[in-house]
Design a binder for this molecule. Structure first.
Ligand code: KIV
Length: 266
């Protein structure tokens, strides 16, 4: 199965076909996402919240991102692997941005990186792209800016904020990003940005008009229940199923039902 490239992503947009993206953070989950034919696997810094159990993405480090991206790359035959640049791995300088983006390709087997921020990140995006590394931008509700936003809140709700996000979208496109994640903005703004840009827009809480959609895999599978944003659709409830299985195992060990002859050696 050939790997999906940036050219395939552009082609899908040109043909009006929806682009699919999901997160994964480890080998078995990445295998499932890859085998399902998802176009892009994002090794998101959301792993801080859904895997490490911390309350924001801010503590996640480059070394942790490289560790998880390696596992995902090893499992992936066809999806494009996108490594998410963690907080302070690219904001400090364009040369830090290039060096850290390069680690995702050189050490971890990713084919692209994602970073948060609009106009203020144009220089970093340009530098990374000039080094030959495809970039997915991320604007609107940007979780690494949680303290600036005063919480995880829908962005672009008044005219000035809409104009700023539209300008950010144009800036990341001009800087060379090959696609842009639009998170937590009104549907009408998602549609407006989709219309204004020629690069693919990937929505998460940005309405149905984007070229594609992304969700966190733990939300999709029902494995994360600390909170559920409005934009999440759960397609399974694996936490309940896993809890039931583990309780049954406990009960069978305690009652002597497991292991039976079937699971024992002669
Ligand atoms: O870290 C992440 O998983 C993300 C997606 C939610 C877009 O940035």
């Amino acid at each position: 199965m050939p790997k999906i490239t940036v050219l395939d992503i552009y082609k899908k947009k040109a043909e009006g076909k929806k682009i699919t993206m999901l997160t994964a953070y480890d080998y078995p989950t990445a295998q499932i996402v890859d085998q399902a034919g998802i176009d892009m696997i994002l090794v998101g810094d959301s792993l801080g919240m859904v895997v490490q159990g911390v309350s924001s993405t801010l503590p996640v480090t480059m070394d942790e991102m490289i560790y998880h991206t390696k596992m995902v790359s090893r499992a992936t035959q066809s999806s494009m692997v996108v490594g998410d640049m963690p907080f302070l791995s690219y904001q400090t300088s364009a040369s830090d941005a290039v060096r850290n983006a390069g680690r995702f390709l050189k050490e971890a087997g990713a084919e692209a990186v994602k970073l948060e921020g609009g106009s203020q990140m144009a220089e970093a995006i340009r530098a990374i792209v000039n080094a030959g590394i495809p970039v997915v931008a991320h604007i609107g509700l940007t979780p690494q800016y949680v303290h600036m936003m005063g919480g995880f809140k829908v962005q672009g709700k008044n005219d000035a904020a809409r104009e700023k996000i539209l300008a950010d979208a144009r800036a990341v496109q001009d800087a060379g990003a090959f696609s842009v994640v639009l998170e937590g903005i009104p549907t009408s703004l998602g549609a407006e940005i989709h219309k204004a840009l020629h690069i693919p827009t990937i929505g998460i809480g940005a309405g149905p008009d984007c070229d594609g959609q992304v969700l966190v895999i733990h939300d999709v599978l029902g494995l994360f229940d600390r909170f559920t944003p409005k934009f999440v659709k759960k397609y399974a409830n694996l936490k309940d199923q896993a809890l039931k299985a583990v309780k049954e195992y406990k009960q069978e060990v305690e009652s002597g039902k497991f292991p039976s002859e079937e699971h024992s050696f002669k």
